[in-house]
Design a protein around this ligand. Structure first.
Ligand code: FES
Length: 124
């Protein structure tokens, strides 16, 4: 049985630190998400702010604050930890971004879509 992974990009395609948005489709499913690279680690989240559900990016692929330390929501400026998505400042302080499972193998970043489809193939 094939592992339902979808390759997003190579690690070398991402700056350090840097972020990049993806619109992932498989079957009838679609996921708006982004990846943040910090060193040899990558972190993935859905592109929805817990405050209003709005997309987080300032402009395409721009999810980080000016210093590249926090994920920042473009709408009202909430700041989130890159490592765990926890909101440390802003109107949704104490809430978290929704993580998406990534794997980093042989220099490529992949999304594991199996956790979204489940046995019934439900939409994420
Ligand atoms: S929509 Fe993100 S902080 Fe308000």
């Amino acid at each position: 049985m094939d592992i339902p992974e979808q390759v997003l990009c190579s690690l070398d395609e991402l700056g350090d630190p840097a972020s990049r948005g993806f619109s992932v489709r498989w079957g009838e499913n679609r996921l708006e998400m982004f990846v943040v690279r910090r060193g040899d680690d990558v972190f993935g989240y859905r592109n929805n702010c817990p405050h209003t559900g709005a997309p987080l990016d300032w402009s395409p692929d721009d999810f980080l604050d000016a210093d590249g330390i926090f994920i920042q929501c473009a709408m009202h400026g909430a700041l989130f930890s890159v490592e765990n998505g926890y909101c440390v400042l802003g109107p949704c302080a104490g809430q978290s971004l929704s993580r998406v499972p990534l794997t980093l193998r042989d220099g490529f970043v992949s999304l594991d879509v199996s956790c979204f489809t489940g046995a019934a193939g439900t939409e994420p």
